[in-house]
Design a protein around this ligand. Structure first.
Ligand code: PDD
Length: 291
């Protein structure tokens, strides 16, 4: 992004270089806020209703009233995209609890949330990721107990991603109490004995929108798919692993902690899911609802 890129802050569209928030903003001091990342394909937000529903749930979970109603969010996102030009974008929305005149853990008496939005170019994943798959590492899940809230407090996730990157891997997978949870910034699917498995959407993981669509596509195609606890042994015995996220859709994982996953290359069910995804996308471009 350049200094001239148009962003949105508290009711105004302005150049990035002019967007300023108080150092007393609770997002800055406490990480007291939530966010969304919404992919935009050819100028159209993808699964927008699902993203705005999740934003609503995150706000409710942190006891913050939604500062904008649905139509105002839609208008804001539409205007933000119109400033960027045609193409694919990743729209970032953030709402924090705003600032007080001093630092206090408890909420301010009067809350004026800070609303920020920007659009970053949505780059397709490197071709090699899709052709040969990515390498991942695993570690105990270092995060708190409400991973279903899309909170801006991402220190644990950032440290994990950096550790993966420094080791030549793309993503860090988390295990909690011997069970797979998710990646540092993605959900995970495990193909094991011809079943597609993914961890249950409870407080241990973010309820990914891409995950939701992959589950739906697999179910409607008649594939065997199950939301269930996934023990570490099943993860390590997987025939295929995939990671999903709004910015990268579905990516095959072919290495875990230096070991090959299954045959060590993207598997047949990954190929099947890619086909299902492509035809769903084509239907969506033609105006069909997907979920
Ligand atoms: N991250 N789990 C975590 C911890 C995530 O941060 C993300 C997405 C996902 C996938 O959710 P979805 O399919 O709704 O994008 C799962 C975004 C892309 C980010 O932080 O940039």
């Amino acid at each position: 992004m350049s200094a001239h890129t148009t962003v949105y802050l508290d009711g105004a569209f302005l150049p990035l270089a002019e967007a300023r928030v108080s150092v007393l903003d609770r997002g800055f001091l406490f990480g007291d806020g939530v966010y969304e990342v919404i992919p935009v394909y050819q100028g159209r937000p993808f699964l927008l209703a699902e993203h705005l529903d999740r934003l609503e749930r995150s706000l409710t979970a942190i006891r913050l009233d939604n500062p904008l109603d649905r139509s105002r969010w839609e208008a804001l996102i539409g205007e933000l995209i119109s400033h960027q030009g045609p193409g694919d974008w990743s729209v970032y929305l953030q709402v924090t609890r705003g600032s007080d005149d001093h630092r206090d853990h408890a909420f301010p008496a009067t809350v004026r949330p800070t609303v920020f939005a920007m659009a970053n170019p949505l780059k397709p994943p490197p071709a090699a990721w899709l052709e040969t798959g990515i390498a991942t590492l695993s570690q105990p899940d270092p995060r708190w107990g409400r991973c279903d809230i899309k909170a801006i407090t991402l220190l644990a996730n950032a440290l994990s991603r950096q550790a993966a990157k420094e080791a030549g891997a793309v993503e860090m997978l988390y295990l909690r109490d011997g069970l797979l949870t998710e990646g540092a910034a993605s959900n995970v699917f495990v193909v094991h004995k011809n079943e597609i498995l993914t961890p249950v959407a409870d407080t241990r993981i973010l309820h990914g929108i891409t995950r939701q669509l992959v589950l739906h596509l697999a179910q409607t195609a008649g594939l065997t798919v199950r939301e269930t606890d996934i023990p570490e042994a099943t993860l390590r015995d997987a025939d295929e692993l995939w990671m999903t996220s709004s910015t990268r859709a579905v990516i095959p994982i072919t290495r875990l902690d230096g070991q090959a996953v299954g045959a060590g290359r993207p598997g047949p069910l990954y190929r099947r899911m890619t086909d299902l995804w492509q035809s769903a996308l084509a239907r969506w471009h033609d105006g069909a609802a997907l979920l």
